[in-house]
Write a protein that binds this ligand. Structure first.
Ligand SMILES: [Zn+2]
Ligand SMILES: [Zn+2]
Length: 146
């Protein structure tokens, strides 16, 4: 669960069939920490014993780019394109109740917990929110001085 589930949700959200080729392409992209070329994808998939043609890879990439699931970057110098999964900007916030300052926090410790909850309750979690309230550095210092 977890990763695979997330891809099928992404595909479902865009009304795309969750074909094994699309799924495999997204998996390879996720596993590689940097953007990959269509050729690298093709070779990696073949290396995993997946029977796919170069034209299928190109076609799948086109669809995924069109639906905004992956991003394509063109490098005009060597005529090459690289692809990577678009990550949703997911963040939490620290909200100062005194000066109302909002500090964004980009780390999220909840993804694994969410998977555990999905399993436990048979619930399909699509998002979550978390805001923490308190005093920012400046405001907590001000109140100490009183
Ligand atoms: Zn404050
Ligand atoms: Zn989160």
């Amino acid at each position: 669960m977890g990763v695979k589930n997330r891809y099928s949700k992404m595909l479902k959200r865009e009304n795309l069939r969750n074909t094994s080729h699309r799924q495999s392409i997204l998996e390879v992209m996720e596993a590689s920490r940097e953007p990959v070329s269509a050729e690298t994808l093709y070779l990696t998939l073949r290396g995993k014993g997946i029977s796919i043609s170069m034209s299928t890879v190109y076609r799948a990439l086109d669809v995924l780019v069109e639906r905004n699931i992956i991003a394509k970057t063109d490098f005009t110098d060597n005529n090459r394109s690289l692809f990577e999964i678009k990550r949703e900007e997911h963040r939490h916030h620290l909200v100062c109740v005194k000066c109302k300052k909002i500090i964004p926090v980009t780390e999220c410790p909840f993804h694994e917990y969410a998977s555990a909850l999905e399993e436990r309750f048979g619930f399909s979690i699509t998002s979550h929110k978390l805001e923490m309230f308190g005093y920012c550095r400046k405001c907590s210092k001000d109140s100490d001085e009183k």
